[in-house]
Design a protein around this ligand. Sequence first.
Ligand code: FE2
Ligand code: FE2
Length: 141
Amino acid sequence: MLIDWQDKWLTGDTRIDTDHKDMLLIINNIHDAVEMDGSRESVLVILKSLVKLTYEHFSFEECLMIVTEYPESVAHMDEHQNLHSIANILAYNIEISNQEIVLDTINFFEDWFIDHIENMDAELGRFLKGRPNPIIQSSIG
Ligand SMILES: [Fe+2]
Ligand SMILES: [Fe+2]
């Protein structure tokens, strides 16, 4: 299922929100490519860009959690690990499975992603609100 961005998913942190929008766009692109019967290679190239962005995004969030001593960081990082695993399963299915199974895996990935930004990332956003962003500060100063 293709998913349109919804502003209710904004966390208030510009970098996090920009990444989430970009990630959703790439997830939709993967979905489109599979539905239009794109070659496995071309779908894997798009997935690779999603994995790269996801890795950078999680690193950013985890850095923020560490420097702000976010109390829920362990549970949040555990969920990030789960998404890395789902991405690996997706890559495997793109390589060897039929279109139906790949689409099921993408839908599962989408559900996980939306649930994560609606819950864990929203909670992180509320925690960060009103706090100076130490990562931005250190890059300026
Ligand atoms: Fe996130
Ligand atoms: Fe997160």
